[in-house]
Design a protein around this ligand. Structure first.
Ligand code: NAD
Length: 361
């Protein structure tokens, strides 16, 4: 049965990079047996211009009906003076909340060909391939009570609440164990169980869930040690799972190991593995419309979409191998170009990936 994918190009470089990713999907449909229907809708600034709202009802309805969503990026100078409640970014947050996308998957991936792009020594990061699974809709970012109060002595005091229920921990743990099963079958759960009762419970529940996945090797690290290990010897990790705030920090740290924002995809999943897939970068208004943007993060987001929402692991592998091949051929957009190299355009890079798909068995 054919699966439906909603395409949301968004703003800035969004339409340019998404166009290249759509070429990949269409090629897989026409030549490699992928059964998908594609439709397109407005989100972010483009939707504000057309309808006055960053997330029109029609877009939300289409997003709810689709099996997966591919998003470019939203935002730009043009909408920066708008009230925060109707800015382009609200479209994205609205989609995450309305679709219940509680699991954020962010790979930190470094193709060996780009090892020099990292600020760490090439031998430490070459071939790096970590997946960070971050809980996205709970924890201290959402816990109540929260606020700033004035004490009896007139001093102000800020406070937030770190809270996780067993069911919230259990569902993110399942996502992480299942992701590990599709990779190298190792999962590291990150907490601060020596200090925070809430994450003591996190550790207990993750360990319980682990008994359902005997094929996955589970380990635990305190978050301070995890941060240190990520910089010291990042290749020891396969999948990491952690809370909203720890994941926020560790996933940014891990993405910088790979040095290039134009290369990294992400996924946000609901309980049924329906997901929204997008590059981790923004709309790059400084280079929008110039055919300069790197489309590979968006193309790698297509690979994640195939793997996690469509169950097409072989095609996902093919897309990732095609990206590797174009890098081996020496193609570089400006953001990953070394001094003296000549950059290729967005379109040339996209076309090269499509061509490489056919060369891979
Ligand atoms: P950004 O990620 O858009 O850009 C940061 C720098 O990286 C810029 O120099 C840009 O040219 C470069 N860059 C980003 N993606 C690239 C690509 N694919 N190829 C080559 N170079 C690339 O971050 P920013 O400048 O802080 O934000 C710009 C706009 O994007 C803002 O409106 C912001 O709110 C929005 N934003 C959106 C998302 C999203 O849609 N998920 C995420 C972050 C920022």
């Amino acid at each position: 049965m054919s699966k439906s994918i909603l395409i949301l190009p968004g703003d800035g470089i969004g339409p340019e990079i998404v166009k290249e990713a759509v070429k990949v999907l269409e090629h897989l449909r026409e030549h490699h047996g992928l059964a998908v229907e594609l439709s397109e809708a407005l989100v972010g600034g483009a939707a504000i211009d057309a309808t006055g709202r960053p997330l029109p009802e029609d877009t939300l309805a289409q997003a709810k009906a689709a099996d997966a969503i591919l998003l470019g990026a939203v935002g730009g100078y043009k909408w920066e003076s708008l009230d925060i409640a109707i800015r382009p970014e609200k479209g994205l947050l609205g989609l995450r909340a309305e679709l219940g996308l509680f699991a954020n998957l962010r790979p930190a991936l470094l193709f060996e060909e780009l090892a020099n792009a990292s600020t760490l020594k090439p031998e430490v990061v070459a071939g790096l391939d970590i997946l960070i699974v971050r809980e996205l809709t709970g924890g201290i970012y959402f816990g109540q009570p929260r606020g700033v109060r004035t004490l009896e002595n007139n001093e102000r005091q800020g406070y937030n609440t770190l809270v996780y229920s067993e069911s919230e921990i259990r569902r993110i743990a399942h996502v992480a164990f299942q992701a590990a099963q599709k990779r190298n079958k190792r999962l590291c759960s990150v907490d601060k169980a020596n200090v925070l009762e809430c994450t003591e419970l996190w550790r207990e529940v993750v360990t319980q869930v682990g008994t359902e996945y005997p094929d996955v090797e589970l380990s635990h690290l305190y978050v301070d040690n995890a941060a240190m290990q990520l910089v010291r010897a990042p290749k020891q990790f396969d999948v990491m799972v952690t809370t909203n705030m720890f994941g926020d920090i560790l996933s940014d740290l891990a993405s910088m190991l790979s040095g290039s924002i134009g290369m990294l995809p992400s996924a946000s999943l609901d309980v049924n593995n329906k997901g929204m897939y997008e590059p981790i970068h923004g709309s790059a208004p400084d280079i929008a419309g110039q055919n300069k943007a790197n489309p590979l993060a968006t193309i790698l987001s297509v690979a994640m979409l195939l793997r996690y929402s469509l169950g097409e692991a072989a095609l996902a592998d093919k897309v990732e191998a095609a990206v590797k091949q174009v890098l081996q051929q020496g193609l570089r957009t400006a953001d990953i170009c070394a001094e003296g190299e000549t950059p290729v355009s967005t379109v040339v890079m996209g076309d090269a990936v499509v061509k490489a798909l056919d060369a891979i068995a």
